[in-house]
Each structure stands twice: as C-alpha cells, then as structure tokens.
Ligand binder design. Structure first.
Ligand code: AMO
Length: 430
C-alpha cells in the first residue's frame, strides 16, 4: 500500500486502511490507553497502540505505521488510526534529547536551539517558518516569470566587491585573492544589457559585517530583480508592490496552517506610501525627538517611522525614496530634481529594511565618472564598465533579503530563526 501524508489521512473517511511514515512525536503510555503522536511534514496524527506495540519505541525514531482510521472527537483533527502494525525504520541513538520539541514551546535559548538545529527544526512551529520561506521563493519566481523575467545564476566568487564598503570576505583563488559576492548586482545589470532585458536570481550573498545583531547574517539569500527599458525608479517600486500583493494572496491560500501558528493575518491589499528620506528624518525628529544619522535612518528610526506610517496610512510597508548619493553605491542614478539625491529607495516592512533598489546609471561615461568620484580606480572595474559600451538601456532593480522578509511576515524576533543554518560572526556550524 502507498504511503499517505498525515494531512491527507486526516481528511479521509473512517474505516479506511492507511500506511503512514514519519517520526514519533510523542508517546503516551497511560496504562489503560496508549497513544503515539506521529509527525510528518504535513501534520500530526494520533495512533492508538497496544502496550506491546509501544515496546522499544522512542521519541524521534522514524517509523512506518499501518492501521485503520476511526473517528474520535478528542483526537487532533477528529480522527485517529487504530494501529495494526508499527515498524521502526530509523533507530534512535541517544540518552536524552537536547530539549523537547513536542510541547507548545521549545524550552531552550535560541543559541542552544541553533546548536541542535537537527532537533529544533523538527518542531512543527519551526518547520512552518521554512514552509513560508519556500512559498516566498516560489512566488518570487512565479510572479517575475509571469512578467517576462528570466531566471539567472551568477557566480559567487568575484574579482571585486559590488556594494562598496569593506564588508567583503576574501577567498584564496589559486594564486589570487578573490571575494565572495555581496550581491549579484554587476552581473544582473550585465544580463539586462546583453538582451535578457529582465532578469532575476535567488542566490546567496555574503557580507563580512562586523555586527552580531538580530537583523544581520553573514550569509543570506538575496531575491534580486533587474529590468531594462524603464522610465524611472517608480516602475521598480510598482513591480515590487505588485509582488507583495501576489505573495500575500498566495500565502493566504498555501500557508493557512503556518500563519495561524504565528497568529498572523495578512492584509488583503498592499498599497505602499512613498516618502523621501529627508521627510522621514524630519518626521522622526519632530514626532519622536530622535535625530537620524546623516543620509539614513538607523534601526530605531526605521522602527519609529514605521509606527508613524501605520498610524497615518494603515500600512505595514513604506518606501523611503531619494537617498543621498553619498550613501549609495557608485552605480546609483542621481536624481536631477533633488540636490545630492538619487533615484533609489529602501522598502521598510514593519520597522525593518527588507529591500534596496533603484534606477542605475546606464551611460558609460557617467558611470566611469561616478566610480572615480567615489574614490575607486575606474580600471579596476573595467570588467563591469565595459558592459556599458554597447547600448545599455535605462534600467533598475531591487533586492529583497529572504530571511528578513520571512522574519517580518511571521513577526520573528531574530533573523537567525528565519535561516535553516545561520552563519554569523560566532557561528559556522552546524
Ligand atoms: P543592500 O546591500 O541594501 O542592497 O541589500 C539588499 C537587501 O538584502 C538584505 N541584506 C541582509 N540580510 C541579512 N543580513 C545581512 N547582512 C544583509 N545585508 C543585506 C536586506 C537588504 O535590504 N545591490 C543592492 C540591491 C539593489 O539595488 O538591487 C544591495 O545589495 O534585506
């Protein structure tokens, strides 16, 4: 007989024979009645066992269970399995589990949970995070492909940084020094220019940031998009706003169980206010008495400004626009209407930056000038700037941090919770 998923068994009629495979979530040895909770990736079902059947079973062994479905109002899902046979498929070799994953919450600090990721990920509430994450990637692909974007895969070993700053990991590349990609920025632009016109990538990005914070990882997944033949950056903002609407509708359909676990109700429509950064800074100062760093909002400013936007516009999202050129990488298009400003933006979602994007410089001479203005040697970027000699169209794009997006959707407190195997200043294992 073919194995069923728990979710499908729970939806079947009483009297049906079923075969299920999964892990032993919890054993109830109550003397008069004995149960096993069996867990698979789709849910948990109760197996009614005899005393003998429980013998030799331990939590987290993997098993094959066969039996007959019967109704029981008290069982989770209203149906249980009267066990006929249970076979151990994967044995257990432990004295004591590092912590229990079958209660309402895991009783261990986040660091301990991450040390034992092979255990904490088994908890349905934790696995749920990655179901939502999977659907975010799925939507990113589906939405962009529907809009004529091509998926690309660009190298992560590079000859130079892309974002400026010193946040680069070096690698020994034979007899040279090379770097891990901070972003696919240069190559996504190149692919627009060679004629793919609209491209996207779901890939890893590496940042040697010296911050060990709730919102920084040293390796994260970047959802990047770039498109050619735009008029200005508002088209990029429209594109991302369209994605958010597509995503939320999809999550409501596919992640009902997961959103319920986290008590999250997503809005029916996402309409994102667009406010120049300098205005946001003024508001943060006038309303909350907090000064912002030059040309930016800090973490507290992002949080306070989000609070203001929620009150004034009822929106969880806000685009901060017109960032100053001094704070943006050399590829950013200046905005002639704002002195020192650029056609770039950040997207803040519930108090946290989840995206940067904007229009790029597409003129070769202007780009070379800007690279020099930023204090770099233009020759070192030849491999990049030569893409601009052959009719580069006006273009722009954005990148979303996947873990930050997941974290904000589910209201998680720490970005590490939204990474299967986080990499931070203190952690490169497991
Ligand atoms: P930026 O450097 O702002 O822009 O990064 C884009 C988004 O990536 C996420 N992110 C991070 N997530 C976790 N840990 C980190 N250390 C980290 N650093 C960045 C954030 C951020 O908003 N090339 C531009 C994008 C573009 O203009 O297309 C870039 O990389 O969610």
């Amino acid at each position: 007989m073919k194995k069923l998923y728990v979710k499908d068994a729970l939806a079947m009629e009483e009297g049906k024979e079923v075969v299920l495979k999964g892990w032993i979530h919890k054993i109830y040895d109550l003397g008069h009645v004995n149960f096993i909770k069996l867990r698979d990736k789709t849910g948990i079902i109760q197996l009614v066992a005899s005393k003998e059947e429980l013998e030799g079973l331990r939590n987290e062994m993997s098993v094959e269970a066969s039996g007959v479905l019967s109704k029981n109002e008290k069982a989770p899902g209203g149906i249980e399995v009267q066990l006929k046979e249970i076979k151990i498929l994967g044995k257990a070799y432990y004295d004591k589990l590092p912590f229990d994953i079958n209660g309402r919450k895991i009783n261990a600090a986040l660091e301990v949970q991450l040390d034992h990721r092979n255990m904490s990920l088994r908890a349905p509430r934790i696995m749920a995070v990655f179901k939502v994450q999977e659907e975010i990637c799925e939507c990113f692909r589906a939405y962009l492909r529907q809009n004529n974007f091509t998926e690309i895969h660009t190298p992560k070993i590079l000859a130079s940084g892309t974002e400026g700053g010193s946040e680069l990991f070096t690698v020994n590349y034979f007899d040279h020094r090379a770097f891990l990609a901070q972003s696919p920025q240069f190559y996504k632009q190149m692919m627009v220019g060679v004629g793919f016109e609209k491209v996207f990538e779901v890939g890893h990005a590496y940042r040697a940031e010296l911050h060990n914070t709730y919102r920084h990882l040293n390796e994260y997944v970047s959802l990047d998009a770039e498109m050619g033949f735009i008029e200005d950056e508002t088209e990029i903002m429209d594109l991302e706003e369209g994605f958010m609407n597509y995503l939320f509708k999809h999550l409501k359909e596919t992640c009902k169980r997961e959103l319920e676990m986290y008590n999250i109700e997503l809005p029916d429509e996402v309409k994102i206010p667009r406010i120049p950064l300098f205005e946001a800074q003024e508001i943060v100062y006038k309303k909350y008495g907090k000064r912002s760093p030059k040309g930016d909002l800090n973490a507290e400013g992002e949080r306070l400004f989000s609070q203001y936007i929620k009150e004034e516009y009822g929106s969880d999202f806000v685009y901060l626009t017109k960032y100053p050129a001094s704070k943006r990488p050399m590829y950013t298009m200046p905005d002639p209407e704002v002195e020192g400003g650029t056609k770039s933006f950040d997207l803040i979602y519930r108090g946290l930056e989840i995206t940067t994007g904007g229009q790029r410089i597409h003129d070769y001479e202007m780009l070379v000038e800007n690279i020099k203005k930023k204090g770099f040697k233009a020759e070192e970027f030849d491999f990049y700037t030569q893409n601009f000699k052959f009719g580069m169209p006006p273009h722009g794009g954005f990148a979303i941090g996947l873990e930050r997006m997941t974290m904000q959707i589910l209201g998680l407190e720490n970005i590490r919770e939204a990474s299967l195997l986080p990499r931070d200043m203190k952690r490169i294992t497991p």
